[in-house]
Design a protein around this ligand. Structure first.
Ligand code: NAD
Length: 330
């Protein structure tokens, strides 16, 4: 029995799983594999060097899947400020109708996407921003708990409480993001009122993910203690893999007087992080990773992963339903 939720109905997908935007990872082959497996694949716009390249990536993805997929645009401090609107217009002109936004001040993009009749999934890390997203007219909120890879915001609220707060406060569907890598996480998210889940790190460690095999092996060998927060002192906190470079960044931030971004730039640059995935050297630069690295024990295809998550979640939900004991049995 498939898990039918407001998310599967809205997006026209079979499994309530979204592959969230991931810098350097959200490329056509992975996106198509997720959509072909029944979830929603999402291309990461800023991974492409310019809007023209994003057009090519969208066309390539279309040759690989007949199913829906989306485009992510993340609005955060960047070394070279991107042409966000240019990426957005290119994707719209290519016929993309599902967008994931994340980061600061998404209102202008949300307005543009909604004026074109698109579905917008907006990622946020606190209830205040989620309610602002609701007022902006987004369709789905992606509620990103402290466990997540990348930018968790500055409030440090774990998914368990954040999702329960979402259930109390939000009127539109929301999905759980951060800390989910298996069917147990999917079932828990549904129990917390979510219409599905968003996963990033779990998809990095799949057969179709474009990262070097050494990085996938490193994830499988890692524990839940192998991530670290950089940029705490700059109020742009990011959860990344714990390695020589991220530990050096944190040490510089902890010096008396702290560190200015300019002093960290060479260490943290996304271009250097990209080399981690290309060269397969986990110590070459900064790379995003959620605490789910401790849960990930294999490197399946996207189809194997989603089919396993679906059947595990169904089994868990059925098991929970059987917990209801009739009074006469007590
Ligand atoms: P980049 O090389 O521009 O910057 C590297 C890191 O430094 C990023 O975390 C960025 O937020 C941070 N940064 C840049 N300028 C800063 C400043 N002045 N103060 C504080 N922090 C600063 O990043 P990139 O790897 O080329 O990525 C481009 C953009 O995409 C960045 O904004 C990044 O945060 C964002 N991003 C997106 C995703 C996604 O899933 N779409 C994931 C990770 C990062």
């Amino acid at each position: 029995m498939p898990l039918v939720t407001p998310l599967t109905k809205l997006l026209g997908i079979r499994v309530p799983v979204v592959q969230g935007g991931m810098q350097w990872v959200g490329l056509p082959k992975l996106v198509a594999a997720v959509s072909n497996a029944g979830g929603l694949g999402i291309l990461t716009a800023l991974t492409q060097p310019d809007p023209h390249a994003l057009r090519a990536a969208i066309r390539e993805t279309r040759t690989l899947t007949p199913h829906n997929f989306g485009v992510n645009i993340t609005l955060l401090p960047s070394i070279n400020p991107p042409d966000y609107e240019g990426y957005a217009r290119a994707a719209l002109e290519e016929g993309v109708r599902i967008f994931e936004t994340a980061g600061n001040n998404p209102a202008p993009l949300v307005k543009l996407f909604k004026s074109q009749g698109c579905i917008v999934i907006h990622k946020c890390t606190n209830i205040r921003h989620a309610k602002a997203g609701e007022r902006m007219g987004v369709d789905v909120l992606s509620i990103d708990g402290f466990e997540c890879a990348g930018h968790p915001g500055e409030d440090d609220i774990g998914g368990l409480v954040l999702l329960a707060r979402a259930a109390q406060e939000l009127k539109i569907p929301y999905i759980a993001s951060g800390g989910i890598a298996d069917g147990r996480g999917l079932a828990a998210a549904l129990a917390l009122g979510a219409a599905g889940v968003n996963m990033g790190t779990r998809f990095v460690c799949t057969v179709e993910s474009p990262v070097h095999q050494n990085i996938k092996d490193k994830i499988v060998a890692s524990t839940e203690r192998d991530t670290i927060h950089i940029f705490r002192t700059l109020h742009n906190t990011a959860r990344v893999f714990r390695n020589k470079v991220s530990e050096e960044v944190v040490a510089l931030e902890r010096r008396p007087g702290g560190a200015k971004f300019e002093e960290l730039r060479e260490l943290v640059s996304g271009q250097r992080g990209r080399k981690v995935y290309e060269l397969g050297d986990p110590d070459y630069g900064i790379w995003s990773a959620g605490v789910t690295v401790g849960l990930i024990k294999d490197c399946p295809t996207c189809a194997e992963l989603l089919s396993r998550m679906e059947s595990d979640a169904e089994r868990i939900i059925e098991g929970m339903a059987r917990m209801r004991v009739r009074e006469e049995d007590v």
